[in-house]
Each structure stands twice: as structure tokens, then as C-alpha cells.
Write a protein that binds this ligand. Structure first.
Ligand code: ADP
Ligand code: ZN
Ligand code: ZN
Length: 731
């Protein structure tokens, strides 16, 4: 009998030992099914130890060794060990949460054979001449299939919606899949990559590509370039280079950017290359199959959101992180990792280059790049000489009477665009109708019964909703406190803006894009199409609209109410606002039509707006860095945040004060702050508190954490949930 040590999804910082009966081969990284309490669990073999500290009579037998999927490589296990240690999360949970959900179950995975698609007899008999013209995509698929069978990627290269059109053709009985034994591309040694080269690179792009291409071994690069400066083109050329040398390329993108359009875009640039995507929009099966293609080395380009940073990639040669400043790269529960930071570690572990791209880099990356730890690559001009930068102007609203949130200047600008048949975007980062309802007699405000927050008025379905805990109720007819019937909405949200604009411009076609209007699957896709097809005059939206989409007919962006961030308790609020505003500003005038951005603010002289007007990220970053240096905040220092919550206030603070005492006892170069209520001190009937610990050196903080964590675990906690967040983004 042999001992094996297994990682399980159990909230304990240990691994678990089991006996293996037969002498069949078992390797580290393989999945096994084991009994745990009264359940069966799937785990991953982490070691084959000679001895155990457990009582041998209590060690149970492995039930099954799963051979459906090759073992996880040592490189990935090492990466996961690093993450478990760095982010203070149990190793077993770290390992298991890195796998596609399907592979965490006890059912074996059946890898799908490679497919091609061909016409059925009925499909061959079709007369394409009489096929409805408006079904363009279906038509072009059928036409291509008449010439030869197609692989899934050849289909995808035809159009963004090609896969769903293909499905319809299969349902109609005209197309059928057939299994094909594809030569394993990884071993075929054929590395000539078909590449649709769209542009000759300009000098700045060329230099950027050369610097990365010729980096020997590990190198971290920050590619800083304004929207439209041609960063994507740099990625594509780098991909081409590394693909030709037989490598795989991992491109990490923010959650919201991974759309069929993006996949189609890269597929059209590399029509013969197998490209897969990994994101939460896929079902468990698709995700697992894609993961397997990547792990086998067959998929060459992997487009993924944060979790894909853990995918085994035997030929990995380059990692790209687009919009590296984006908050969605940081996981907010469980293993609270930053996919960007893990990408850097992974690249250094493997000795390959990693490129972080952004128009508004995180201050962390900017600091690393300007202090020489990363190489700074800059694209200072728009790649397409005709696409001018938008003109940004501030409208000083400090002494102005606004009409439903609008200044006369902004209304006039909107009217001009309507007359010219161009699109406008009104940006406001608050959904709902109004952030709160107020009684004009007694001053009562619509508070959430479970939170310290307010209930937001949603007029469309006449509900009041809490954006923190999801509580909802009907809009009251009268003040619950004094009975007065005159309740007024205070403040503005996207729904109110939509209604006000419709009243102002009755003929305008207005579309609201926020989390409420895009809740249903596919609705955002449909809206994009409406916008692209010029069926919309004015867009009203939240940050969802700010990111990475090209709307060539959009020439005006109006920004309402951005000032809150200037006096927020979150020290990163201004940094985030700048990123958001330059991203929205980048939506205006991408084609040959110059864009205009109007920002309604009471502080037009603030350095943030001055930098925004001048399109000068670098000077803004210097301002911010100076502030952070004064306050010793990140990126000058490193932080960990202990958060706790419980139904009873005393319990939370009791625990936190003990935690603080433990922290103060540990000698080390860290600074322990006081226990404070969280920014949202009560949420969903729980009280929330937090404690910040900070250090000038990452290493000291890590040493401190290794001692603090076991002591925290030793504090008796009943009904308290606590967690450690290393490098927290929201403090
Ligand atoms: P970014 O990713 O920085 O926003 P893109 O790579 O999408 O920029 O480029 C913006 C636009 O400029 C695209 O339409 C692209 O086709 C075009 N473009 C990129 N590089 C060049 C170039 N070297 N010459 C001409 N046009 C270019
Ligand atoms: Zn009242
Ligand atoms: Zn609530």
C-alpha cells in the first residue's frame, strides 16, 4: 500500500493522506476520488510521501484514480502553492478552485474528439441561389461548405455570429458534424502560421514589438498607449511571432470584454489557428473541453478572463494582459488573487515575457515601469492618423441650475448631434431612477432595513431596491414615518436620465445600457447590434459602456456627476475615475469624425480634469504618486485587509480587537491600523468591520502574515466570517 497526499476543497490549511491499494501508476497532479466524512470528493495528488503524521488506522483508501485527463504539470502545482501562500488561502481550496467546475466533480471527463462540419445530402441538394438573402451568415457558411468541410475555427473566422448560424443549419438538417482524428498540431512541427497582416506597424509599434520579441527569458513590459494607439495591433504581431516559434499565447482580458466579437477578431487575423476562450459565459462542458484543448497544446491562442491564468499550457511563450488596470482581474472572494500579478509570477517562473497593456495603467504598474522594474513601452499617437483625439471640456456647474441633471450646454450639444444624425453617449455611474426617496415634510429617507445603505428608486417596475443586499419592496404611497404623501426622488440615476431625455427630445431613439437593462443573457449583444446599425441616437449608460467597444458614429460623450469620487473615502477612487473617464472619452470620435467630451463638474480646476483635458496620463500619475508617497499608501507600501462580519456588532468588534492584539504582538516591520467599521458598516443584516496592516516591503508583510494567520485561526469565532485580502483593491 502506498501513501498519497491529496488537495481537497476543504477549508483547512492541510492536505489529506490516503492509502492507494493497487500498484498501478499514480502521478503527482492526477485527480483521485476519495472518501471524506460521509461524502466522496475529487482531489488532486500533491505528493507521494513515505511517511504520514496521521494515525495509520485512520487513513482511508483512495476509491478511484481518474485517468480521463493528464495530470496537472508540476509548473501549475508550483504556481498554485505560491498563490496559496501569498494570498493566505488553503492549498486544497486553491488547487480545486483553479480547475474547471466539471473537473471538480467525481464523474470522469470525456474529452471530445476534434470535429469538422460538412453538408448533409439535403444540404448538398440546396439551391443557394434561392436561399434567403437576409440570412447572410448562413449563406456564407453553406457556400464555404460546398467547397470543403470546415473546422470550428474556420467557421468562426467567417463572422462573429457564425457558430449560432451553424447551429441553425444543423437544426435544419443541412449540416452535420463529423469526428476527425486531427494530427496533433503540437507534434507536427508545422509552424507556418497564416496571418492576416492588416497594417505596416508604425515606428512606436515596431519598437514595442521588437523589445518584447528580443527579450531574453522573463521580462515584464508595460505597454502604455491611449485608446486607438494600436495596442491590439502590437498584441497581434507579437502573437504571430511566438506562434511561429510553436508557442502558445495567453491573452487575459477583463470580464466584460470577452465577447464573440473579440474571438472573431483574433480568428480573422489567424484564420487557421486554433483559438479558444475561457470565461464564465461558457457552460461547464464547453469550458472543460476548451481547457483540455489548451492543456493538450492544441489551442494556440487562449483568450480568457482571470481564472484562465491557471490553465496548463505546455507551450506557453507569451502572456498578454489587456486593460491591466481593470478591477475584474482581482477576485473578490475565496482565493482573492490578482490575475495580473499571478500572470507576472507565471511569466517569471517560466522565463517568458509578459506584456501589460493599458491607456491608464494601474498606479502599481506605472510605478514599476517608471522605477525600472518593468520596461515601459509607449504609443503616444493614434495609429490611424485620421482619428483625432476627442476634445475634452469641463462645464462648470457649481453655480448652475441644472435641468434633471443637465446643463444647457450639454442639452444643446446633444441637440446638434441629433440634427446631424450622429450618436451621443450620456455617462452616469448610477443605475436606477434616483438613489434615494425623501419625504418633503419630515426628511425621512428610504433606508434599507438590512443595510446601512439607501433603497434606490426604480420607476420602471415601481420598486425600491437595495444595491448591496438585493432587498426590494414596493414604492410607498406615503411617508412611513409621518404619513405625508409628497415623497420626492433625490439625486439622479440612469432611468431618470433616460426619462428626462425622452421628454426633452421626444423623437430621439434612446437606449439605456446598465446592469438592469442587460440582465438577460444576450441582451447586451442585441443592444450592441442596435448601436452599430445606427438604430440608436442617444445612449445612456454606466461603466458597462465605457469599455473597449468601437462605435464609429458616436461623436459626443456627456459625463454627469463625476465629482463624488474626488472626496471618496477610498484612496483609489480618483485613480479609478480617471481611468473610467478616459475610457469613456475614448468612445468618442474613433473614426474620421472628431469627438467631443463634455464633463459637468463643480471643480474644473482639479488636477484630474486638467490632466484629462490634456490627455496627459503621465502627469496625472505623477500627481497621484506624490500623494501616495506622502501618505505611504500603495504602490509605495503593501497592504493586507482583514475583514469580518457577523449578525452581532459586539461579536465582530470583539474578534477584530483580538485580531489586532495578536498582530501587535508579532514583531516585524509592519504598521497595524485601528479596527474600523467597513465603508458599508451594515449589510444584509450583518455588521462589517475591517483592519488594515501595511508595510513598506512585500516580504515583511508576507512574513508577518505567515505568523498572523494561524493566530487568527486560533481565535474562537462563533458565527463570524472573516477573510484576509492581500493587496486589496477596495479599502
Ligand atoms: P488600441 O488597442 O490601442 O485601442 P487598436 O490596435 O485597436 O488600438 O488600433 C486602433 C485602430 O488603428 C484600429 O482600427 C487599427 O486597425 C488601426 N491601426 C492599428 N495600427 C495601425 C497602423 N500601424 N497603421 C494604420 N492603422 C493602424
Ligand atoms: Zn415624512
Ligand atoms: Zn440592503
Amino acid at each position: 500500500m502506498r501513501l498519497i497526499r491529496v488537495a481537497l476543497d476543504i477549508p483547512l490549511s492541510t492536505l489529506f493522506d490516503y492509502f492507494l491499494a493497487d500498484e498501478g501508476p499514480v502521478s503527482i497532479g492526477q485527480r483521485v476520488v476519495v472518501p471524506f466524512a460521509r461524502k466522496q470528493l475529487t482531489g488532486v495528488v500533491m505528493a507521494l510521501p513515505q511517511q504520514t503524521e496521521m494515525d495509520a488506522s485512520r487513513i482511508r483508501m483512495v476509491e478511484q484514480v481518474l485517468t480521463d485527463v493528464p495530470p496537472l504539470p508540476e509548473e501549475i502545482l508550483q504556481l498554485l502553492r505560491f498563490c496559496s501562500d501569498y494570498y493566505q488561502h488553503p492549498l486544497g481550496m486553491t488547487v480545486m478552485s483553479s480547475l474547471p467546475v466539471r473537473m471538480r466533480s467525481t464523474e470522469p471527463v470525456i474529452p471530445k474528439r476534434a470535429l469538422t462540419y460538412m453538408l448533409t445530402a439535403a444540404g448538398q441538394a440546396l439551391d443557394l441561389q434561392s436561399f434567403p438573402k437576409r440570412k447572410q451568415v448562413q449563406h456564407s457558411i453553406l457556400q464555404a461548405l460546398q467547397a470543403s468541410a470546415l473546422t470550428p475555427q474556420q467557421v468562426k473566422a467567417l463572422a462573429p455570429s457564425a457558430m449560432s448560424s451553424l447551429k441553425r443549419l444543423m437544426e435544419a438538417g443541412w449540416v452535420q458534424p463529423c469526428e476527425e482524428v486531427r494530427p496533433n498540431a503540437a507534434q507536427s512541427g508545422n509552424t507556418s502560421v497564416v496571418f492576416a497582416n492588416a497594417h505596416a506597424l508604425n515606428d512606436a509599434q515596431h519598437q514595442a514589438v521588437e523589445r518584447v520579441r528580443t527579450s531574453a527569458g522573463f521580462g515584464a513590459f508595460l505597454l502604455h498607449g491611449i485608446t486607438g494607439s494600436g495596442k491590439t495591433e502590437v498584441y497581434v504581431h507579437l502573437m504571430h511571432h511566438f506562434l511561429q516559434h510553436g508557442g502558445q499565447v495567453l491573452l487575459l482580458v477583463p470580464e466584460i470584454n470577452l465577447t464573440p466579437q473579440l474571438e472573431h477578431y483574433f480568428q480573422s487575423r489567424f484564420p487557421e489557428t486554433e483559438i479558444i476562450s475561457l470565461h464564465s459565459g461558457l457552460n461547464d462542458n464547453e469550458r472543460t473541453q476548451n481547457w483540455l484543448r489548451a492543456q493538450a497544446g492544441d489551442a494556440k491562442i487562449i483568450l480568457g478572463t482571470r481564472l484562465s491564468v491557471f490553465t496548463p499550457l505546455p507551450q506557453l511563450a507569451l502572456i498578454l494582459v489587456d486593460e491591466e488596470h481593470d478591477a475584474s482581474f482581482k477576485q473578490q472572494d475565496g482565493l482573492r488573487y490578482s490575475a495580473r500579478d499571478v500572470a507576472i509570477f507565471r511569466a517569471s517562473q517560466r522565463g517568458i515575457p509578459v506584456v501589460l497593456g493599458s491607456a491608464t495603467p494601474s498606479l502599481e504598474s506605472w510605478h514599476n515601469a517608471t522605477s525600472g522594474r518593468y520596461t515601459l513601452l509607449q504609443l503616444k499617437q493614434r495609429a490611424n492618423a485620421l482619428a483625432q483625439l476627442p476634445q475634452v471640456r469641463c462645464i462648470n456647474v457649481s453655480n448652475m441650475l441644472l435641468h434633471e441633471g443637465f446643463s444647457p450646454q450639454l442639452l444643446a450639444a446633444l441637440e446638434t448631434r441629433l440634427k446631424r444624425g450622429e450618436q451621443s453617449l450620456v455617462f452616469l455611474n448610477r443605475r436606477g431612477h434616483a438613489p434615494v426617496l425623501m419625504c418633503t415634510a419630515c426628511g425621512w429617507l428610504s433606508g434599507c432595513p438590512n443595510c446601512a445603505g439607501k433603497l434606490v428608486l426604480h420607476l420602471n417596475d415601481r420598486r425600491m431596491r437595495c444595491h448591496h443586499c438585493g432587498h426590494q419592496q414596493k414604492v410607498p404611497h406615503a411617508c412611513p414615518s409621518c404619513g405625508n404623501a409628497d415623497l420626492q426622488p433625490v439625486g439622479i440615476g440612469t432611468q431618470r436620465i433616460e426619462a428626462a431625455l425622452q421628454a426633452q427630445f421626444p423623437a430621439a431613439r434612446i437606449l439605456r445600457v446598465d446592469r438592469d437593462s442587460t440582465r438577460n443573457k444576450g441582451s447586451w449583444q442585441a443592444m450592441r447590434k442596435q448601436i452599430e446599425d445606427a438604430e440608436v441616437d442617444i445612449l445612456v449608460g454606466t461603466q458597462m459602456l465605457a469599455k473597449g467597444h468601437d462605435f464609429p458614429n458616436l461623436t459626443l460623450v456627456g459625463v454627469l456627476n463625476p465629482d463624488n469620487a474626488l472626496y471618496s473615502s477610498d484612496f483609489r477612487a480618483a485613480e479609478k475615475l480617471y481611468a473610467q473617464l478616459s475610457q469613456v472619452a475614448g468612445r468618442a470620435g474613433r473614426a474620421d469624425k472628431p469627438g467631443e467630451v463634455l464633463v459637468q463638474t463643480a471643480f474644473p480646476e482639479h488636477p484630474l480634469y486638467r490632466a484629462l483635458l490634456a490627455h496627459d496620463y503621465a502627469s496625472w500619475a505623477q500627481t497621484l504618486l506624490a500623494e501616495r508617497r506622502m501618505a505611504s499608501f500603495p504602490p509605495i507600501s503593501f497592504q493586507v485587509l482583514l475583514r469580518a462580519e457577523a449578525k452581532e456588532q459586539q461579536a465582530v468588534f470583539g474578534f477584530m480587537h483580538q485580531a489586532r492584539t495578536c498582530a501587535a504582538d508579532i514583531a516585524g516591520e509592519v504598521e497595524v491600523y485601528g479596527v474600523v467599521p467597513a465603508a458599508m458598516p451594515r449589510r444584509a443584516n450583518h455588521f462589517l468591520a475591517q483592519l488594515l496592516v501595511q508595510s513598506a516591503a512585500r516580504k515583511s508583510l508576507q512574513q508577518f502574515l505567515r505568523q498572523w494567520r494561524p493566530r487568527l485561526e486560533a481565535i474562537p469565532t462563533q458565527k463570524i466570517r472573516w477573510s484576509l485580502d492581500v493587496d486589496p483593491q477596495d479599502v
